[in-house]
Design a protein around this ligand. Sequence first.
Ligand SMILES: C[S@@+](CC[C@H](N)C(=O)[O-])C[C@H]1O[C@@H](n2cnc3c(N)ncnc32)[C@H](O)[C@@H]1O
Length: 422
Amino acid sequence: MNTNEFVKELNNKYFNGELSPQFQEKLQQLPMNRPDVFAFVQRMFSYMHSSGMSAKDLTLMQADILGTLLARILPGAWEERVPPITVQGRHAVIDEYVKKNHWLSAAGKSMLDIGCGFPPFTTIETANALDNWNITGADPSLPVYLVYDAEGNYATFDENKTVVYFQPAMPSIESWNQLLSNATATKKHFQNLLDELLTHPAKEGFPRLELNPIKQYETDKLNFIQGGIGEIDIAPQDVIRCFNVLYYFKNSFQENALQWFAQKTNEGGIVITGGDWAVSTECYYHVYKKENTQLVKKEFAFGLDCLCPFGIVSWYCLHEDDPQKAELVKYTGIIRKDKSFMDAFYTFHDAQRATYKLCARDSDGYYGAADPALQPQELWMLAAQTLTELNEAGYHQKAADVLSRAGFKTRINEVGHIAVEY
Ligand SMILES: C[S@@+](CC[C@H](N)C(=O)[O-])C[C@H]1O[C@@H](n2cnc3c(N)ncnc32)[C@H](O)[C@@H]1O
């Protein structure tokens, strides 16, 4: 099947043939030689369909991300390794949630951030946010060499001096494409730069080389271990956070991970697993508490922005049987079926999008693209701002009320997310 036929088939199957011509046009860029990309898009559309999203609620920004960026960031582009992609400020709201957590009753203040990514921005931020906590970050992909080029783009290398990952200085779609349109040439560029910097070391400015770069981030309250779930040797912790990791794996892996987390959690401690994007947008997570030696599921929480996400993290996963996506689809699907809630939500939210020039509706009623003048950080700050305003106007409570009427025990949790309790 070629790309055109694929897009047509998905459009008919999941959106009644109603995707806008511009949206379909952007999907024509999907690379035909990447079945993983095709499967991802199909899965995402299927989730959107199951949660009741209409073609008009998909943004042109999502089409751009799917058409050009997705193929570059899936493990298929990185020899099946999970790339250590992370963004500053991503877990600020989760840090706040840990601080105020009402499930946590372990006496200590230790936390493991497993699959912390590199550079470990979010783990460092957690160590700053959680005063007097002992924080450990762990990841199988912590690099031995880190090389910045003259533009500030960077690449990480393993002990064999093989490029593991690279990322642009400013992670916009354009700059990603610049590096990834010829990944082999980019790798070669960084490989040459490493050889040169090993001979003529430069430790400041750009270009520069850092050896065992993780060490520079360690403090008396923050340390790092190389290794993944089930691999590292660590004493039980009061909190385990595992964010934007499990959705790369099958449910059976996720279940085994939870068993390992249970062993590595103190009695009364909590485990938080989930996903989110910049400025804690599109956030969703499960919270478990260790009671009588077992992890007990306490709540599934999500931000109201998962209802009409600007980006793709709400639906990001690599396997059909992802249990968190199933929950998100279930709850957003119930909320979407409530016409009176959705009418009020759209009136408020569509006006926000128009004001902030963030994927506003066009004259045919389709969500569009973001103002191209917005830098990524500004864009996601504004996206987060729309969520804050929705919450301040009480829409999170109204959505939780819809779920309560459907028989679920809900609350607005300590950070304004809609939480369904077990
Ligand atoms: C998308 S990054 C997420 C980084 C960070 N937690 C965040 O939320 O921004 C996923 C990370 O999972 C790590 N990873 C892959 N397999 C893993 C495993 N078996 N155990 C723990 N981490 C793993 C990868 O190396 C990568 O750094």
